[in-house]
Design a protein. Structure first.
Length: 124
């Protein structure tokens, strides 16, 4: 699926934001082919990561919409991207862990402590 010509507006830790020249008030959010760790101190290129990240993201948005929960998701656009209306977004990050690493938000945690059930955090 083609999105047409665009302008790269901004870049975050995991996505690039492109403004469409063909579709007013729509943006393309494209996942990047890199993984980050250690509060973005370490970055590595990983081929196929964008498509693998975008698939569950798009599926989660579709599940929410199926439950009549409003989202910014308009539609998937190829493997690594999706289209959304141009708006101000709230930066929410979901972190899922089985092994705890010492992070800035939890400096007192034991290095590599294993969780028996998946630990999910929501960060604003």
């Amino acid at each position: 699926m083609s999105y047409g010509p665009s302008v790269n507006n901004s870049e975050g830790k995991t996505k690039e934001v492109h403004e469409s020249l063909d579709y007013p008030r729509r943006i393309l959010l494209q996942s990047q082919e890199r993984i980050i760790a250690g509060n973005a101190c370490r970055k590595n290129h990983l081929e196929g990561k964008a498509a693998n990240s975008n698939k569950p993201t798009s599926c989660n948005f579709q599940l929410l919409q199926g439950a009549c929960i409003k989202t910014v998701f308009t539609r998937k656009c190829g493997e690594p991207a999706f289209i959304a209306p141009q708006c101000e977004m709230i930066p929410i990050e979901r972190v899922c862990q089985r092994i705890q690493l010492v992070l800035k938000r939890n400096p007192s945690g034991k290095e590599e402590c294993k969780f028996y059930s998946l630990k999910i955090e929501t960060l604003f």
